[in-house]
Design a protein around this ligand. Structure first.
Ligand code: SIN
Length: 285
C-alpha cells in the first residue's frame, strides 16, 4: 500500500494528496482516496501527467463515465475526455475556451448529474486561469434556521439553456445563442434544493447561478429573490478554496458538495489547457 498523505489546502475545503501515483493505485489506496474526496470535497494531486487513456481509466474507477452533451470538443480518439482550452488553431477553438465561467455543479441540468469531475492540467498560463470551489455543505449549515425551514422540500429547476437564465448576461462565443441553446439543451431537470450525500449523509445546498433558473411551484417574484439570497452565500470567501494551477496537477471534486468557477483572465498568446472527465452520479435526493 502506498504512503498516501492528505493535507488540507484551506479552512473551507480541499486537500492536497501526496505519496500516490494516480495511474497506479492499488484498490485499498484508491478506496482511501475516494473516502478522502468525500471528506475534503476537492483533492489536488501534483506532478501527475495522466494521458487521456490513463485519465479515462482512473475516472472509471469512480464509476460510469458521463459524456458531455456537446460533442464538439470531446477528444476525437478518446471521447471520454472533454478538452478545455483557450488555444485557437487555424482560426478554430481546439477546446471549450470558457467552460465553467459561472458558479455551477457539473451537468446539474440532467436527471442524473455528475458525481465526480477530474481535471488534468496540461498547459498552464503564466497569469490567470485559476479555479475556485465553494463548500456547499457549509453553505447549507450556516444558513439561518428560518432559511433552512423555508427551503426544506423545495425543488430547483435546472437548465443548460443560458438564454432562459436572466443572471447570464455576458455574450458567449456562439453566433446565434438562442439557436445553439435551443438545439442542444436537454429538457429541464428538477432537483432538491437541499440534497443528501449518498456516502456521508451530509446535506448540501444544490443550486447554482449558472443552471438553476427557478423553483418548482413558486412564482418568479418569490423564487428569484430566494435564489438570490442563497447565491449570496458564495460571496463569503471563508467558504471558498482558490486553486492556482501548476502543470501536472490532477484535481478532482465531488459535485454533490461543491460548486466551482473558472476564474478566467488568460491573455493570448498565453494558453490554458486542461482535460476533463466526469462520472455519472445518482438521481439527487
Ligand atoms: C469546469 O467548469 O468544468 C472547468 C473549470 C475550469 O476550467 O477551471
Amino acid at each position: 500500500m502506498s504512503q498516501m498523505v492528505v493535507t488540507p489546502l484551506s479552512d473551507a475545503l480541499g486537500a492536497e494528496v501526496t505519496g500516490i501515483d494516480a495511474a497506479n493505485l492499488d484498490d485499498a489506496t484508491f478506496g482511501r482516496l475516494r473516502d478522502a474526496l468525500h471528506d475534503n470535497i476537492v483533492l489536488a494531486v501534483r506532478g501527475q501527467a495522466l494521458d487521456p487513456a490513463a485519465q479515462t481509466d482512473f475516472t472509471r474507477r469512480f464509476g460510469e463515465i458521463q459524456y458531455h452533451i456537446n460533442s464538439e470538443y470531446k477528444m476525437e480518439d478518446q471521447p471520454e475526455v472533454l478538452i478545455l482550452s483557450t488555444e485557437i488553431i487555424d482560426g478554430k477553438n481546439v477546446g471549450i475556451p470558457d467552460a465553467g465561467s459561472d458558479w455551477h455543479s457539473d451537468h446539474s441540468y440532467v436527471d442524473r448529474p455528475t458525481a465526480y469531475t477530474i481535471l488534468q492540467s496540461v498547459i498552464v498560463p503564466k497569469v490567470g486561469g485559476d479555479t475556485e470551489w465553494v463548500n456547499m455543505v457549509t453553505a447549507y449549515e450556516t444558513l439561518s434556521d428560518e432559511m433552512k425551514a423555508r427551503i426544506d422540500g423545495l425543488i430547483g429547476i435546472h437548465s443548460f439553456n443560458r438564454t432562459r437564465n436572466p443572471r447570464m448576461k455576458r455574450p458567449t462565443r456562439h453566433q446565434n445563442e438562442a439557436e445553439y441553446y435551443a438545439e442542444i439543451s436537454p429538457p429541464d431537470a428538477f432537483h432538491p434544493i437541499v440534497r443528501t450525500h449518498p456516502a456521508t449523509g451530509r446535506k448540501a445546498l444544490y443550486v447554482s447561478p449558472r443552471f438553476t433558473i427557478g423553483i418548482r411551484d413558486m412564482i418568479e417574484a418569490e423564487a428569484q429573490p430566494l435564489l438570490d439570497e442563497l447565491f449570496a452565500q458564495f460571496a463569503n470567501r471563508d467558504l471558498v478554496y482558490h486553486h492556482n494551477w501548476r502543470p501536472g496537477d490532477l484535481v478532482m471534486w465531488d459535485n454533490r458538495q461543491t460548486l466551482h468557477l473558472a476564474c478566467g483572465g488568460v491573455i493570448a498568446p498565453e494558453v490554458r489547457r486542461l482535460h476533463r472527465t466526469t462520472v455519472l452520479g445518482e438521481i439527487p435526493f
